[in-house]
Ligand binder design. Structure first.
Ligand SMILES: [Cu+2]
Length: 169
């Protein structure tokens, strides 16, 4: 038997030549309908792959989103063609940028717990990861204001596939 140390930090997960590092999400307040997933996806192979989607036990819908600021308006759009992970490169899903969007949450995400989610890649296939659930407010570099705006925007357009359309009105 090997002794497995307790996971003090989020684990890395590997499928084929891809590594999913530091997968995490934020805790949600009661009644929240959306959550975002973050990670660093590295491609150690010599051919590109593509994140095409995913799923999660805690949400009905999973999409790949890109967020950007236009003035002081946060815009969100779904990447319907997925997200390329370049050969030998890495893509960071992070607050205020690219993220996995989990919608129609089935449960509240509690800080300190973990949430299971699946990332699906065009070539490497599916990999299940355990996301650390980090506190809502905290010492996050992007602050809580962005999170509030994001929640608001998502709340307004939960079922729409293209958030930017809703934001432009
Ligand atoms: Cu989003």
């Amino acid at each position: 038997m090997l002794l497995v140390p307790p996971a003090a930090f989020s684990e890395d997960f590997t499928i084929g030549k891809l590594t999913i590092a530091n997968p995490h999400t934020r805790a949600t307040p009661p009644g929240a309908r959306t959550a975002a997933g973050y990670a660093i996806i590295r491609n150690n192979g010599d051919t590109a792959d593509r994140l095409t989607g995913g799923s999660a036990g805690f949400a009905e819908i999973t999409e790949i989103h890109e967020m950007s600021m236009h003035g002081d308006v946060m815009k969100m759009r779904q990447l319907e063609d997925g997200l390329e992970i370049p050969a030998g490169g890495e893509v960071t899903l992070k607050s205020g940028g690219l993220h996995m969007m989990y919608m129609q949450l089935k449960k509240q995400l509690i800080p300190g717990e973990q949430a299971t989610a699946t990332f699906t890649f065009e070539h490497a296939g599916e990999v299940q990861v355990k996301m650390d659930i980090v506190p809502i407010s905290g010492n996050h570099a992007h602050g809580s204001m962005n999170q509030k705006k994001k929640e608001m925007k998502h709340g307004e357009s939960t079922m729409k596939s293209d958030h930017s359309t809703a934001s432009n009105q």
